[in-house]
Write a protein that binds this ligand. Structure first.
Ligand code: 5RP
Length: 239
């Protein structure tokens, strides 16, 4: 039986097979996407891939891509993105995603939503019947007035049994402080008892209408395909 880490690597390697020389790539963030970065680095070093450039979705990915020798472009410097490869926290039956538990949802959405194909790489534990089933749905908010913004996010789900929301915190030394994204923002985490049962598009609109909300981690209708590595050793590509 393969470990979860091996499954992540299998999914990542399958997605990298879709990369051809000359492509500009969106480079995802997280432990699954890290396997794709390593594979891309290997293929570039061996000369099997040439003239590939990547647009990193986080500072961590930028550092990793630099270490493995992937040439990089800023989002504004790329005339097009041919293919983005990234992991996800959840994938529902319609291939909608929750992303951003690593906190990189804004840059991920900007890059992966900027055209070209978006291939998601997951092990089968990420497949869910509804978004929000297995953990937080993150929302990036500006620090100014974040308590007020948190209150307004809670209002979107007023009266929904089992719903809660809080600011993501991290421990620094002995102190709990807000988690800060690469963009200098905070993250509100929304929790649902049994996942989100409602119109995702409508919920997205209501969240994005809140002044102070920058973006949320529901990636609705964005994935072109999802590569799923399964425990039985098979790989499925969902469209
Ligand atoms: C980071 C993300 C990641 O893609 C997501 O959290 C999945 O990470 P992992 O591959 O480590 O499970 O959205 O913001």
């Amino acid at each position: 039986m393969m470990t979860q880490e091996e499954l992540k690597r299998v999914a990542a390697h399958r997605a990298v097979e879709m990369v051809t020389s000359g492509m500009t790539l969106g480079l995802g963030t997280g432990s699954t996407a890290a396997h794709a970065l390593d594979r891309l680095g290997d293929l570039l070093r061996s000369g099997e891939l040439m003239a590939v450039a990547g647009v990193p979705t986080s500072l961590k990915t930028e550092a990793h891509a630099g270490r493995v020798g992937i040439p990089m472009l800023a989002l504004g410097g790329a005339t097009r993105i041919d293919l983005s490869i990234d992991g996800a926290d959840e994938v529902d039956t319609e291939l909608n995603l929750v992303k951003g538990r690593g906190g990189s949802l804004l840059r991920e959405k900007m890059i992966e939503g900027s055209g070209g194909k978006f291939v998601v790489i997951v092990d089968e534990s990420k497949l869910v019947p509804r978004l929000g089933c297995t953990g937080a749905v993150p929302v990036e908010v500006v620090p100014f007035g974040c308590d007020r913004t948190l209150g307004l996010v809670r209002k979107v789900f007023d009266g929904l049994p089992g719903f809660s929301a809080r600011l993501r915190k991290v421990v620094v030394g002995k102190e709990e402080v807000p988690f800060v994204t690469d963009n200098g923002n905070y993250i509100v985490e929304m929790f649902f008892e049994d996942g989100i049962r409602g119109d995702l598009g409508e919920i997205s609109d209501r969240l994005l209408r809140i002044t102070g909300v920058v973006e949320h981690g529901m990636f609705i209708g964005m994935a072109t395909s999802v590569v799923v590595a399964k425990k039985d050793g098979t790989v499925a590509v969902l469209h």
